[in-house]
Design a protein around this ligand. Structure first.
Ligand SMILES: Cc1cc2nc3c(=O)[nH]c(=O)nc-3n(C[C@H](O)[C@H](O)[C@H](O)COP(=O)(O)OP(=O)(O)OC[C@H]3O[C@@H](n4cnc5c(N)ncnc54)[C@H](O)[C@@H]3O)c2cc1C
Length: 385
C-alpha cells in the first residue's frame, strides 16, 4: 500500500491555507502550524486576479469568494481640505480591470480558505517554529513548545519576516530591498463624517497618500503610505507616533483617522519592500507567498501569486512521485518570471501611487482623468470585455 505523504505548513495566512487545500486535493496529509493564538480577521482590501483567480476556480473556492466580493466602488480624489478634485464611477474603474478579478478583504480570503480546509486538515494555533532539520528522506520541525513533527515536505508560508527563510538562507536584510516608503493599513470602526459612502476616497500630497474605502456601514478600511529614506526609524517609532508626525498637519478627517488608529487592535505597519532570493527551496523545504517573493504592495498581486503558487506547487508535486526536491526546483523555475514581472510592475506603480512632487501628482492624475472621462468610459462600455 502506498502511504500518503505528509507536509508541514508553517503559517496559516493565504499562502499556507491555499497550500493545505491544494495538497489535500492531491491526496497528501498536510498539517498547518500558525504562530498566532487564533485566526485574524479584517486586515485590508485586496484585488484577486490573474493566477490567483484561476487557482481559486481550481480550488473550488471561487463561488465563496464571489459571495464576499464587494464589487466596484466609486473613486473620489480629494484636496487636503476634503473638497473633491475629480471622481470616477465604480463601474468604469471595474471595466478597466476586467471581469476576472475580485475586490475582497484579506480576512475574507483567509476565512474562505480556512472554511474549505478546516475539516480535512489539522490546523494548530500558537505553534511557533524554532528549528528545521532535513535529510534525504524527510524533514523535522521543532516548535517553541517542544512539539516535534516529521514529514516529507515543509512549506514555509510564514510571511515577509519568515523564520523558515532565515533558517534556510540567512537573515532577511540580505534579500530585502526597501522601496523608501512605509505603509499603514487598518480597519476603521466608523466612516468619518463628510466621506462618501460606498466609495474609495483618496488624498495625495507630494510624498504621502491616504485612502479610505467604505464597503458598507460596518466595514471601512484606511491605508496610509508615505515616502521616507529611513523606514527602519519610522517603524521603530510605531504607527501612532509615525503617522501623527507625518500627517498631523492635515485637517479634514485626518485627526479622526488618527484617533481611530489609536483604538485599532490590528494595524499592518511595515516598510514597502520586496524580497528577491536566488532559490525558493532547499531539498525538502520550500518557501511560498511573501516568505519567498514579497512584492511591493502596489503590485496588487501578493495574495494572487500566493494562491496561484500554491495551486501550481500541488500540481507539480502530484506528478512528482518520490522526486520532491526536483519537483520543487521545476515549480520555482516556472513561477519565477511571473514573480519578477509583478515585482517590476509594483516598483513602477509605487512611484506613480505615491507621487513625490506636485508635478508627479499631476502626471499621476492625467491618465486617470482621461481613462475615467465620460467619452472614454462610454467607448469602453461598447467594446467587448
Ligand atoms: C496594504 C496591503 C494591500 C495589499 N493589496 C493586495 C492586492 O490588492 N492584491 C494582492 O494580491 N495582494 C495584496 N497584498 C499582498 C497580500 O496581502 C500578501 O501578499 C499576502 O496576504 C501574503 O500572504 P502570506 O500567507 O504569504 O503571508 P502572511 O499573510 O504574512 O501570513 C503568514 C502567516 O505565518 C504566520 N507565522 C509567521 N511566523 C511564524 C512562525 N515562526 N511559526 C508559525 N507561524 C508563523 C503569521 O502569523 C501569519 O499568519 C497587499 C498587502 C498589503 C499590506
Amino acid at each position: 500500500m502506498i502511504r500518503s505523504r505528509k507536509a508541514i505548513i508553517v503559517g496559516a495566512g493565504i499562502a499556507g491555507l491555499a497550500a493545505a487545500l491544494r495538497l489535500r486535493q492531491i491526496g497528501w496529509e498536510p498539517m498547518v502550524f500558525e504562530r498566532a493564538p487564533a485566526r485574524r480577521t479584517g486586515g485590508y482590501v485586496l484585488h484577486l486576479s490573474g493566477l490567483g483567480y484561476e487557482a481559486a476556480e481550481r480550488l473550488n473556492v471561487l463561488a465563496e469568494l464571489r459571495d464576499r466580493h464587494f464589487g466596484a466602488t466609486d473613486l473620489v480624489f480629494v484636496k487636503p481640505d476634503g473638497r473633491q478634485r475629480f471622481s470616477a464611477a465604480g463601474r468604469d474603474a471595474q471595466a478597466l480591470l476586467g471581469e476576472r478579478n475580485l475586490n475582497l478583504l484579506r480576512g475574507d480570503v483567509e476565512s474562505v480558505l480556512y472554511e474549505a480546509v478546516r475539516d480535512q486538515v489539522d490546523i494548530r494555533f500558537g505553534a511557533d517554529l524554532q528549528t528545521i532539520e532535513q535529510d534525504a528522506v524527510g524533514v523535522r520541525a521543532v516548535f517553541a513548545d517542544g512539539n516535534t513533527e516529521n514529514a516529507d515536505l515543509l512549506v514555509g508560508a510564514d510571511g515577509r519576516h519568515s523564520k523558515v527563510r532565515d533558517l534556510l538562507f540567512g537573515p532577511e536584510e540580505d534579500f530585502r530591498r526597501d522601496l523608501d516608503h512605509v505603509v499603514a493599513a487598518f480597519m476603521l470602526d466608523r466612516l468619518p463624517a463628510s466621506v462618501r459612502e460606498r466609495a474609495f476616497t483618496s488624498l495625495a500630497t507630494p510624498g504621502r497618500t491616504l485612502s479610505i474605502l467604505n464597503l458598507d456601514e460596518d466595514r471601512t478600511a484606511a491605508i496610509f503610505a508615505y515616502r521616507t529614506s529611513d523606514p527602519a526609524t519610522e517603524l521603530a517609532s510605531g504607527p501612532v507616533q509615525a503617522l501623527s508626525s507625518r500627517y498631523g498637519d492635515l485637517g479634514w478627517v485626518v485627526p479622526d483617522l488618527l484617533d481611530q488608529l489609536r483604538r485599532s487592535e490590528s494595524v499592518h505597519f511595515d516598510s514597502g519592500s520586496e524580497i528577491s532570493l536566488g532559490r525558493w527551496s532547499r531539498q525538502r523545504v520550500v518557501l511560498l507567498g511573501d516568505a519567498a517573493w514579497l512584492m511591493p504592495i502596489y503590485a496588487g498581486y501578493g495574495a494572487s501569486l500566493a494562491i496561484g503558487g500554491a495551486d501550481r506547487l500541488g500540481t507539480m508535486l502530484a506528478d512528482a512521485r518520490d522526486e520532491i526536491p526536483a519537483a520543487l526546483h521545476t515549480w520555482e523555475t516556472a513561477l519565477r518570471p511571473e514573480a519578477r514581472k509583478r515585482q517590476k510592475v509594483g516598483r513602477r506603480n509605487t512611484r506613480w501611487q505615491i507621487p513625490s512632487t506636485p508635478f508627479h501628482l499631476l502626471l499621476r492624475d492625467v491618465p486617470l482623468r482621461i481613462a475615467t472621462s465620460t467619452p472614454a468610459a462610454r467607448l469602453r462600455r461598447l467594446l467587448p470585455a
